[in-house]
Design a protein around this ligand. Structure first.
Ligand code: PBG
Length: 331
């Protein structure tokens, strides 16, 4: 043996076996950390696959109830709903978004009736409903902030009235949290939770989602850069989140997740309020397709989700929620 002076601490002592590794583990993912997004398609019976999102489907309302039962059986209690609207109902104002008894409000009522204990997150933005695929109303070639807010407040009240527990504005208009909060208070929805997509970047990782909700073709080459954040910015995210909290957000969200772990970390540290992260469609699809091709081990999905939790996220929206939950449950 060579005569060596070892350091006092050998970090490998705590990596001796899996029991000890688990004993000193700093972060543990539980089923309570996971939120399952679901695509609900109007006038569909059964389900259909989404080509750019392996193993993710669009569901007709009937079959979605079976899927939600399975999700609940996997221990997940929170779902985020995204409607895929009949193309004939889209117009340049996104009018269908605020029409009583539209598809998503019927869906929320039906789901709540069947599963009273599930927590429903309902997205607020006009893009599933607009013929141009933008999140707001266009005036003079630009998505108009203030007229869009009027529509978003109405949309929020419709969703709250249908029974959504959490209203999640994903549109990135300035001031919408303030006006939605006021609207909810005035209509006596004092316990409706506001989850703000506060730091939402103008990301190319949303591509598969736009296929899923059928807005990609409508949007064409047009960009959301006049309302979603520049991917280069960090301080602006802190500014956005601070404003949304002061306007009445209960929870804030960062989106996408894995390419923005620095932002999640900074926001949680700065504000110490519930902070969610959205592992978006493109993040899911790149991992899933590499797994399905045998290029990456299937555990990269869990690793990616734990990395998001470790960065400070309290809960994570991920298309892999159900499958990951099954895995955690097994062990
Ligand atoms: C739309 C919305 C988007 C996502 C959630 N809500 C797309 C966009 O802003 O174009 C993206 C989610 C994902 O990619 O999984 N308001």
């Amino acid at each position: 043996m060579i005569d060596r002076k070892f350091p006092n601490t050998r970090l490998r002592r705590l990596r001796k076996n899996s029991n000890i590794i688990d004993l000193v583990s700093e972060n543990t993912l539980t089923k309570n950390d996971l939120i399952q997004p679901i695509f609900l398609k109007e006038n569909l019976n059964g389900h259909e696959p989404i080509e750019s999102m392996p193993e993710v489907n669009r569901y007709g309302l009937d079959e979605s109830l079976k899927e939600i039962q399975e999700i609940i059986n996997c221990g997940i209690n929170t779902i985020a709903l995204f409607p895929v609207i009949d193309p004939d109902k889209k117009d340049d104002q996104g009018s269908e978004a605020i029409i009583d008894n539209n598809f998503i409000s019927t869906a929320i009522k039906t789901i709540k009736n069947e599963f009273p204990d599930i927590t429903i997150i309902a997205d607020v933005a006009l893009d599933p409903y607009t013929s141009h695929g933008h999140d707001g109303i266009i005036v003079d070639d630009c998505v108009d902030n203030d007229s869009t807010i009027d529509a978003l407040v109405k949309q929020s009240l419709l969703l709250a009235n249908a029974g959504a527990d959490i209203i999640a504005p994903s549109d990135m208009m300035d001031g919408r949290i303030k006006f939605i909060r006021e609207g909810l208070e005035d209509a006596n929805f004092i316990n409706t939770i506001l989850l703000s997509y506060a730091a939402k970047y103008n990301s190319k990782f949303y591509g598969p989602f736009r296929d899923a909700v059928d807005s990609a073709a409508n949007l064409g080459k047009s960009s959301k850069s006049s309302y979603q954040m520049n991917v280069s910015n960090h301080d602006e995210a802190i500014h956005e989140v601070g404003m949304d909290i002061s306007e009445g957000a209960d929870i804030v969200m960062v989106k996408p997740a894995m390419p923005y772990l620095d932002i999640i970390y900074a926001i949680k540290k700065e504000f110490m309020i519930p902070t969610f992260a959205y592992q978006v469609s493109g993040e899911y699809s790149m991992l899933k397709s590499a797994i399905n091709n045998g290029w990456l081990h299937k555990d990269v999905m869990l690793e990616s989700i734990i990395s998001i939790k470790r960065s400070g996220a309290d809960a994570i929206l991920t298309y892999a929620a159900k499958e990951i939950s099954k895995e955690i449950f097994k062990s």
